[in-house]
Design a protein around this ligand. Structure first.
Ligand code: NAD
Ligand code: IPM
Ligand code: MN
Length: 368
């Protein structure tokens, strides 16, 4: 019997390269654990533009709405820079997030022990790090109206609008508090209420949801710029961070680098429950299409594989199997295997994307 349905959208650049390793892992779960997924594949981003003339075809959007989980690689590439804004690869990704209403974007930043030396920060600041950034994903300045470039010549001006409604803030706040209850019980909310009214409202509503529904969770507030500074100064002070779409984009890249490489960081984007009780969901690595290394077999597939692990956990209620996959990755890193992005020590030869996949599969076999 099928465990559930997955739509794979490999996308552009290193997207298909890292996703190929995820497919092998999905097949492993079918063969070795009797967990069969009903997998289909389609195009997004530049790949979809090349074939259909749009970064996400309507048929693909419909499919994404039907499945239990979407797995996305990455989108974008310099060859698409000339396209009209509405046709850019990134619009395909943003359409998926918006139309599936994936308002809560979970971006964990965890330091694997084996990589503590690799961070640009001192090992003692980073070892044991385990933060969850909850980024609001369907509102704010990414989607607010009015937006656009107006006027003529030198008198042109660009507008984007930061807009948050009370229900938008409430639902992402609840998602952060729920997560905190299963973790260390602490939430830090970040905005810039000192200069932005939307931030003032954000702080008020997060506090209200806390006081009325989650008084057992410890809540603090920080201005987002100070939050960025604290993330680099003493990241272990944080458990769950909840913040808006744009600040969450920036802060999660900072957090990614704390752990060593963008190639390590997964994410889950979750919406409301569907009829079968599972949340609408899309899983993707935090990194992009890495045009500088695409096609060379150098990409680190771990962020994408960890994104599948999050799918096992959050969409398919297979937490034990997710733990198994996380442990396999931890073992391979502890054994010293490194893709090129994780090299620092002299004399260590990097492994390719596929070799990293081989090693993780071998570690999975050894776990049986
Ligand atoms: P990027 O994440 O693609 O790359 C930044 C740097 O990190 C590069 O040096 C790259 O080689 C390295 N890197 C990233 N992932 C890696 C991996 N798995 N293994 C090894 N090294 C890795 O960000 P960018 O260069 O700013 O953006 C490139 C394109 O990707 C742009 O078109 C951008 O819009 C797009 N993008 C897409 C997503 C997404 O699809 N979710 C996210 C970010 C950027
Ligand atoms: C991310 C990316 C996207 C974003 C882009 C590619 C639209 O940077 O997922 O972090 O800004 O949200
Ligand atoms: Mn980003």
């Amino acid at each position: 019997m099928s465990v559930g349905s997955i739509l794979i959208l490999p996308g552009d650049g290193i997207g298909p390269e890292v996703m190929a390793q995820v497919r092998r892992i999905i097949d492993w779960y079918g063969e070795k654990r009797g967990l069969d997924f009903d997998v289909s594949e389609d195009l997004v981003g530049g790949a979809a533009y090349d074939k259909y003339g749009v970064p996400l075809a309507d048929e693909t959007m419909d499919k994404a709405q039907q499945v239990d989980a979407v797995l996305l690689g990455a989108v974008g590439g310099p060859q698409y820079d000339v396209l009209d804004f509405s046709l850019k690869p990134e619009r395909g990704l943003l359409r998926l997030r918006k139309e599936m209403d994936l308002y809560s974007n979970l971006r964990p930043a965890q330091c694997f022990d084996a990589l503590a030396d690799f961070s640009s920060l001192k090992p003692e600041i980073i070892s044991g790090l385990d933060i969850m950034i909850v980024r609001e994903l369907t509102g704010g300045v990414y989607f607010g109206e009015p937006r656009g470039i107006f006027g003529e010549g030198d008198a042109r001006y660009g507008i984007n609008t930061q807009r948050y409604t009370v229900p938008e803030i409430e639902r992402v706040a609840r998602s952060a508090f729920e997560l905190a209850r299963k973790r260390d019980g602490r939430v830090c909310s970040m905005e810039k209420g000192n200069v932005m009214e939307s931030g003032l409202l954000w702080r008020e509503i997060v506090q209200k949801v806390h006081d009325e529904e989650y008084p057992d969770v410890e809540l603090s507030h920080m201005y987002a710029d100070a939050g960025g500074m604290q993330l680099v100064r003493a990241p272990k002070q944080f458990d769950v961070i909840v913040t808006d779409n744009l600040f969450g984009d920036l802060l999660s890249d900072v957090a990614a680098m704390l752990t060593g490489s963008l190639g390590m960081l997964p994410s889950a984007s979750l919406g409301a429950p569907m009829e079968n009780g599972r949340p609408k969901a899309m899983y993707e690595p935090v990194h992009g299409s890495a045009p500088d290394i695409a096609g060379q077999g150098k990409a680190n597939p771990i962020a994408c594989i960890l994104s599948f692990s999050m799918a096992l956990r959050y969409s398919f209620d297979l937490g034990t199997e997710a733990d198994r996959l996380d442990a396999a990755i931890e073992k391979v890193l502890a054994d010293g295997l490194r893709t090129a992005d994780l090299l620092g020590q002299d004399g260590v030869q990097p492994v390719s994307t596929a070799e990293m996949g081989d090693a993780i599969l071998a570690a999975l076999d050894a776990s049986l």
